[in-house]
Ligand binder design. Structure first.
Ligand SMILES: Nc1ncnc2c1ncn2[C@@H]1O[C@H](COP(=O)(O)OP(=O)(O)OP(=O)(O)O)[C@@H](O)[C@H]1O
Ligand SMILES: [Mg+2]
Length: 203
């Protein structure tokens, strides 16, 4: 199996599972933790991520199908999304720019409507395929979100845009507009996100 990424928490490999192209995401053991605590943490995080990926899909957001989870090895086997990272696709000149940004806003609204916070909304955690955006990497996500949590989600996305796509900042309101159109409480959350931004800057 080919290793795609070796991060601090997880290792991502591409492989084949019963004839399908899959991604295997494994949480690597940390030797600085007591072995029992380490196993339990990796296990809980694996289950949490797999559950959120499934719930997001049920909420109407494209996410990889989960084929299998192996809690003893802290592994998730999921559908390989054969596309490219939104991070590499978003350019001022891309013809589908506006529709991608609107879709992003709509999907985040769908997540938040079901109380799901992603926790790491960046354009590296989104894959574009056939004009749709797949959301991945729910490892920092949670369910039962407060307005503050959802505001943080939007605020972090804006920060991610500031660093990865500064030339697209003028387009950011398109995401928020679509978000508000698809979520009754959207206005309130956008205001919260702006407040969080101001707080960050002046404290
Ligand atoms: N289902 C998938 N299909 C295609 N590519 C994927 C898939 N899952 C992950 N990838 C690729 O692997 C990269 C890393 O995956 P992911 O974001 O889940 O891990 P990570 O950022 O290391 O996670 P963590 O934040 O839990 O440490 C993604 O940016 C993407 O390029
Ligand atoms: Mg990631």
């Amino acid at each position: 199996m080919d290793i795609i990424k070796r991060g601090a928490e997880a290792e991502i490999r591409k492989g084949n599972w019963l004839g399908r192209d899959v991604i295997v995401k494994s949480r690597v053991p940390k030797t600085y933790r007591l072995p029992e605590l380490d196993r339990s943490l990796r296990n809980t995080r694996t289950k949490n991520e797999a559950r959120l990926i499934r719930e997001a899909r049920e909420a109407g957001v494209p996410t990889p199908i989960i084929y299998c989870i192996d809690t003893s090895n802290a592994e998730i086997v999921m559908e390989f999304i054969d596309g490219s990272r939104v991070k590499d696709e978003l350019e001022l000149s891309s013809p589908q720019l506006n529709s991608l940004l609107k879709e992003m806003g709509k999907s985040i609204a769908y997540l938040h409507r079901q109380d799901i916070v992603h926790g790491d909304l960046t354009t590296s955690n989104m894959i574009v395929k056939e004009d749709r955006i797949w959301f991945i990497d729910f490892s920092l996500g949670s369910k039962g979100a407060s307005i503050e949590d959802m505001g943080v989600d939007l605020h972090l996305l804006k920060e991610a845009f500031q660093s990865a796509h500064p030339e697209l900042l003028d387009k950011f309101p398109l995401i928020l507009k679509s978000y508000m159109e698809h979520f009754e409480q959207g206005n309130k959350i956008v205001q919260k996100a702006e407040e969080i931004g101001r707080r960050g800057r002046y404290t």
